[in-house]
Ligand binder design. Structure first.
Ligand SMILES: C[S@@+](CC[C@H](N)C(=O)[O-])C[C@H]1O[C@@H](n2cnc3c(N)ncnc32)[C@H](O)[C@@H]1O
Length: 304
């Protein structure tokens, strides 16, 4: 940590020196170097570029043309103002309040998990399935930023979509995103680990959930910027009961899914066998595990 603040001071001094010309390219290069203690080379490179281009509102094409132009004083000030957060390890998407998911831009802040690329695969399957159902009713449990439910609704126009989360702050973000994308989603606050029924009378064609599934003991493998900044509530579950959320959700799905309705989960790749057993034990059929792009056992589809 000390190394970062030291190098940050150095850069500040360097930039304030008289007549020093800082080009877009040299700023990005310098930033990439400063981030390398926190990220690998590829990550450091894409984060620095994203940070600079987004803050200065420069398109990639414009960047290619103007990369050797000098950065003006005001722009430099804007960058320097936010750079410290980046060097402290805050994820760039929280600093920008932007994340991209399924070709859509979402508002994000520290109250929600940053949407992950692997979840896009889940959304792709749901859109395919929902497109074969007339006026499908879909429920997303643990909606966070609303990325799953909003992406589905944007692509399946005749769907009625519902989403729940325990966190009021996350629901505020999800509502903001639904408004940004001008889609109608019914959001409700709901604590899924309770005996209370879902606060929705409907029976659903599809229920989706990407609940917390990282065990406490897996924390050591995680990047500092996830641990320090992303909400614990969205990520972790105790080692003693890693399938806790799935058990409760399956229990709710027994009543809230239409006969023949589909239940889709994102899962921890280490528990796919236990998940298959859990689904079968509860009377679900056609249970299938699906891999993500990294060939990890990441999703489960089952039928009521
Ligand atoms: C892994 S995040 C998924 C967020 C989003 N669906 C996504 O895929 O990016 C899990 C979500 O479950 C919510 N959650 C955690 N505990 C909950 C509970 N007991 N009841 C309802 N939602 C809960 C968290 O607030 C968080 O938004």
């Amino acid at each position: 940590m000390q190394t970062f603040s030291k190098s940050y001071r150095l850069v500040k001094i360097k930039y304030s020196a008289k007549n020093l010309v800082i080009t877009l390219n040299s700023y990005i290069k310098q930033l990439k170097g400063e981030l390398q203690g926190l990220y690998n080379e590829h990550e450091a490179s894409s984060i620095s570029e994203l940070f600079v281009l987004e803050i200065l509102n420069i398109s990639r094409t414009k960047y290619l043309i103007e990369k050797d132009d000098s950065i003006g004083k005001t722009s430099l000030h804007l960058l320097e103002e936010k750079k410290e957060r980046l060097l402290e390890g805050e994820p760039v998407k929280y600093i920008l309040n932007k994340a991209w998911f399924f070709d859509l831009e979402f508002y994000v802040d520290k109250s929600v998990l940053i949407p992950r690329q692997e979840t896009e695969i889940l959304v792709n399957y749901i859109i395919e399935e929902a497109s074969n159902i007339k006026n499908p009713k879909i429920l997303d449990i643990g909606t966070g930023s609303g990325c799953i439910t909003i992406s589905v609704k944007c692509n399946v126009l005749d769907a009625s979509v519902f989403a729940v989360d325990i966190s009021k702050d996350a629901l505020r973000v999800a509502i903001k995103n639904a408004n940004i994308h001008k889609v109608d989603v019914c959001f409700e606050q709901y604590y899924v680990l309770s005996a209370k029924n879902l606060p929705l009378d409907d029976r659903f064609d599809i229920i989706i959930s990407n609940p917390p599934y990282v065990t406490e003991s897996e924390k050591i493998q995680m990047h500092k910027n996830v641990l320090d900044y992303e909400p614990n509530l969205a990520l972790f579950v105790s080692d003693d009961d890693p399938l806790l959320f799935y058990r409760y959700i399956i229990e709710k799905a027994k009543y809230s899914l239409k006969k023949g309705g589909q239940l889709w989960f994102e899962i921890n790749e280490n528990f796919s066998d236990q998940m298959l057993k859990l689904c079968s034990k509860n009377g679900f059929e056609n249970n299938v595990v699906i891999k993500d792009l990294n060939k990890k056992l990441r999703f489960i589809k089952c039928k009521r």
